[in-house]
Design a protein around this ligand. Structure first.
Ligand SMILES: Nc1ncnc2c1ncn2[C@@H]1O[C@H](COP(=O)(O)OP(=O)(O)OP(=O)(O)O)[C@@H](O)[C@H]1O
Ligand SMILES: O=P(O)(O)OC[C@H]1O[C@H](OP(=O)(O)OP(=O)(O)O)[C@H](O)[C@@H]1O
Length: 342
């Protein structure tokens, strides 16, 4: 158990669950907690909150730090972006590599340590916070392909993923030139591309002459366009995920939370469609809306008619209603699902 005495709060026996304290993932993460009936009251400016109805303590941390806390086993569970987990992973591997170069560990020990991973295990994809980590360059500039950026200045908050990306690119280019390069050799030589660490507003780096290209997140593309940039490659496609440490303090509680969150995600993704139809058309209707498992069918108090209730993906509902209507379904209703459990 981590020592959190500094918070003057007893965390004894509680599962520690890290939640993004600000930024793009904060509100959706809080909505998920509410849907999963994880009740808490957060005191002003305190980054820790005890859950009232479960033996859990929420720890509010920057999304970028959550993989470190979970990976080192100080915190049991966390919500963060896949990009942040991969950045942490790449950082841990870079550290092992540096230790091998300095002779602190043998190549075999490096392989063994890499095999153990960064300590974060993905529990489930949360279906929000979707975006891409992309290599971007000025729209009307001289750089056309990622290879043109080798040896140049790259601004990013994702230094480890950017180093890994350009190390692979340099290796590819060098191998093509010499026909003798090996993967390992590429990672041992010094990176020629200069990765510059920036903590925010990365898009400004090119216009201000700090960088020739950047590696940053793109969702709608508005920020990129406004900065006069265009994407030339994707490093990672990311979304928010639930992660757990290698040995959580209470696996049963981890499973319970995962099950509740899964239920909330399903409820957000589906709606309930109800309609009346003649029994003779039921098979056709079931092809249009087969449901998550199968439609629920009840007899109506009218000869030859049935009432059907079926879960439908929200994004498909309009087309499905059109189809059902076309084959003679009546009284089609669509209802929101508040929560669900498999
Ligand atoms: N535009 C976006 N659309 C969707 N998800 C995003 C977007 N930007 C970032 N994310 C996701 O949110 C995570 C946290 O990014 P964000 O920039 O919100 O963090 P932060 O630095 O903690 O907050 P802030 O930028 O407000 O200081 C990212 O790692 C990514 O997974
Ligand atoms: O493609 P878009 O929809 O425009 O989103 C992309 C922007 O969102 C994120 O930054 P954020 O606004 O969270 O602030 P930051 O730059 O301070 O991290 C990301 O770093 C981009 O700048």
């Amino acid at each position: 158990m981590a020592d959190f005495d500094c918070f003057n709060t007893s965390l004894e026996g509680r599962l520690l669950f890290a939640v993004p304290k600000k930024g793009r993932l904060n509100q959706s993460a809080l909505n998920l907690l509410e849907g999963a009936d994880i009740q808490f009251r957060r005191e002003n400016r305190l980054d820790i909150a005890l859950v009232k109805n479960l033996p859990i303590a929420l720890i509010f941390l920057p999304a970028a730090d959550i993989p470190t806390f979970v990976g080192e086993g100080q915190v049991d569970l966390g919500i963060t972006g896949l990009d942040q987990v991969q950045e942490h992973d790449a950082g841990v591997r870079a550290l092992h590599r540096a230790r091998r170069f300095s002779g602190e560990i043998t190549p075999e020990e490096e392989v063994a340590q890499n095999g153990r991973g960064s300590g974060c295990e993905t529990v489930l994809d949360l279906g929000f916070g979707g975006c891409k980590l992309q290599v971007q360059v000025p729209q009307n500039g001289i750089y056309k392909s990622p290879k043109d950026l080798i040896g140049k200045n790259i601004g990013t908050s994702f230094v480890h993923l950017a180093r890994k990306y350009f190390a692979n690119l340099e290796l590819e280019v060098d191998s093509a030139k010499t026909q003798t390069g090996s993967h390992q050799a590429g990672f041992t030589s010094k990176l020629r591309t200069n990765i510059i660490e920036l903590s925010g507003s990365v898009e400004a780096a090119c216009a201000l002459g700090v960088a020739d290209g950047i590696v940053d997140l793109v969702e709608s593309g508005e920020t990129m366009k406004a900065a006069g940039l265009k994407p030339i490659d994707t490093v990672v496609e990311t979304s928010a995920i639930l992660i757990k440490s290698r040995k959580p303090s209470n696996q049963e509680l981890v499973d319970l939370i995962a099950q509740r969150i899964r239920g909330v995600i399903t409820a957000q993704k589906y709606v309930l469609c109800q309609y009346n139809i003649q029994r003779s058309t039921l098979a056709e209707a079931s092809k249009i809306a087969p449901g998550k498992r199968a439609p629920t069918v009840t007899s109506l108090d009218e000869e030859g008619w049935v009432a059907v209730s079926v879960m439908v993906e929200k994004k498909k509902i309009a087309l499905i209603m059109d189809g059902l209507s076309k084959i003679g379904a009546h009284d089609i209703l669509v209802l929101d699902i508040k929560n669900s459990r498999d």
